[in-house]
Design a protein around this ligand. Structure first.
Ligand code: SAH
Length: 513
């Protein structure tokens, strides 16, 4: 039967805050083989894509504006015809100044099935995050979304400012910042009151949000003084006056604080999300990451020969995931483990086995280490065949000790990649002073981070411009021994404990001003 599924999904990515993505968008990102995304779409949203998905930024396509659109169209058609699931991820809503109409027209002409997923458009995000009602029973009986940037090829102004000036409600002008003086002049010329309240907002819904308000006549001046630049929105109308002096979002304890999270990518999600929820702008410097091993042949051989083994041992959470994933990828399922006894190095590893409905037969009682596992297993495995599923680098103690009494085969199920990538773009942001706090979540991460920083960043740390916050007293000591100051150490060694320290620092900052 011919497929009835859409081939291309045109998906609204929302205004920037990762939580403002729709459930449908998350589902489709997880399904996509290719994600073609706009430059304004925050990188964080792409974490919803599968690890194997191809992520293509429109900016990186050949051809320059405005000729690049045919390239996007060609790529969409090519990939859809090749049978890939294509997600076209666009900022805000695809049908609000997003050229979504041009893309669907092209897809229809090419006979390609598509679905459109709406997104939270910038105007609605700005309204919510500025605490500014766009309509109001007394002040605004409607709202209009207007572009401040007509196609360059259009002759004259297609926007009829005489009609716009009389609109009985709130105007939200997209792409209007660079032409603000012209827009204001047109509105005034056509009779709008110069004292009409107006606001400009940059990066609405993110911790980077900046905003100013003034009368219509003064708005561009105020914007320039405040240094607000495109991209941003201009909002005009009596309803702007109803705005809260400080929005609920601007009042968040970490609003506008720029915080670097240094942890492995797959563990950073919850901490990033929590920081963003508190209003911070987050950056991630992934440390010690895991990857699929380049050579899977030994693992595959072991999976095909599971019948040969009596025991299967796991020394990490990642090992369990990687092993089960590979098992399934080879067309087998959990029944292949039915005859095996299972060993886990500690409670977290055992808990992940339980997620797969597997119960570990052996978990060390208190010493969650290679030594502990050897001690627990030794009485049980004499003469047995043990398969150990491990990282490329693990301690030799476990296989060496077990080999004295049993037959041991160890296979690499994932590779551990150490330290930080000194070429990561985050270091440029640190050099430019775009980050204020660095969270250090372990002693090793602290060492790796400081070793990867150059003298410019070291200077910033010493001068107190870049502040290091440690997850524990131990991690703090490591930093001090290396000759750098720590501004705070968490009393509870968890990311929540560390975040509490950030909140304390931020509030004393506010108080001190
Ligand atoms: N389809 C998008 C708009 C694309 S046009 C949407 O529905 O939001 C790009 C313009 O959108 C920018 O020039 C700016 O005016 C506005 N914009 C997008 N995201 C924004 C944000 N987070 N804050 C303020 N304005 C934003």
């Amino acid at each position: 039967m011919e497929s009835i599924e859409p081939q291309v999904y045109i998906v609204g990515a929302g205004p920037g805050a990762p939580g403002l993505l729709t459930l449908r968008a998350v589902e489709l990102l997880a399904r996509a083989d290719v994600v073609l995304y706009d430059q304004l779409v925050p990188q964080r949203l792409l974490d919803h894509a599968k690890p194997t998905a191809e992520l293509i930024c429109v900016r990186d396509l050949p051809g320059t504006h405005p000729d690049k659109y045919p390239h996007i169209h060609t790529l969409l058609i090519e990939r859809a015809r090749a049978g890939q699931v294509v997600v076209r991820l666009k900022g805000g809503d695809p049908f609000i100044f997003g050229r979504g109409g041009e893309e669907t027209e092209m897809l229809r002409a090419a006979g390609i099935r598509y679905e459109i997923v709406p997104g939270v458009t910038a105007a609605l995000a700005a309204a919510a995050y500025l605490d500014l009602p766009l309509t109001h029973r007394h002040y605004a009986s409607g709202v209009a979304f207007i572009t401040g940037h007509e196609l360059p090829t259009k002759s004259g102004n297609r926007i009829d400012y005489s009609a716009i000036a009389k609109f009985p409600g709130t105007l939200v002008i997209y792409m209007g910042i660079s032409r603000l003086p012209m827009i204001v002049a047109e509105l005034l010329k056509h009779g709008m009151n110069p004292t009409t309240p107006a606001a400009v907002v940059e990066r609405a819904s993110t911790g980077d949000m900046r905003t100013i308000s003034a009368t219509l006549a003064d708005i561009d001046n105020a914007r320039r003084l405040a240094g607000l630049e495109a991209p941003g929105l201009v909002i005009v109308g009596e309803a702007v006056e109803q705005r809260a002096a400080m929005s609920w979002f601007e009042a968040k304890p970490l609003f506008g604080k720029r915080v670097l999270v240094t942890r492995p990518r797959h563990q950073a999600g919850p901490m990033l999300a929590r920081l963003e929820e508190l209003g911070a702008v987050t950056h991630l410097l992934p440390t010690m990451d895991i990857r699929k091993p380049a050579d899977l042949s030994a693992l595959d051989r072991a999976i095909d020969n599971l019948a040969h083994f009596d025991w299967l041992g796991f020394t990490s959470v990642n090992g369990v995931h990687a092993f089960v994933e590979r098992l399934l990828a080879r067309g087998r399922d959990l029944r292949a483990l039915g005859h095996l006894k299972l060993a886990a190095i500690g409670p977290s590893t055992a808990a992940v086995l339980r997620e797969y409905h597997l119960t570990a037969d052996v978990v060390p009682k208190e010493n969650y280490s290679s030594e502990g596992l050897v001690a627990s297993l030794s009485p049980l495995v004499a003469g047995k065949k043990i398969l150990l599923a491990r990282a490329n680098r693990g301690r030799d103690l476990l296989p060496a000790e077990l080999a004295k009494i049993a037959e041991v085969v160890q296979v690499t199920v994932y590779d551990q990649i150490d330290g930080v990538d000194a070429k990561d773009q985050v270091f440029d942001a640190l050099r430019r002073g775009e980050i204020e706090f660095v969270t250090l979540t372990s002693s090793n991460i602290a060492r790796g981070f400081l070793a990867a920083c150059d003298h410019i960043i070291h200077g910033r740390i010493r001068r107190g411009e870049l502040k290091l916050v440690a997850i524990s007293r131990e991690t703090g000591s490591v930093v001090r021994e290396l000759g750098f100051p720590v501004v705070a150490e968490a009393t509870t060694a968890t990311s929540e404990g560390l975040i509490s320290e950030l909140i304390r620092l931020a509030s004393s900052d506010r108080g001190g001003r």
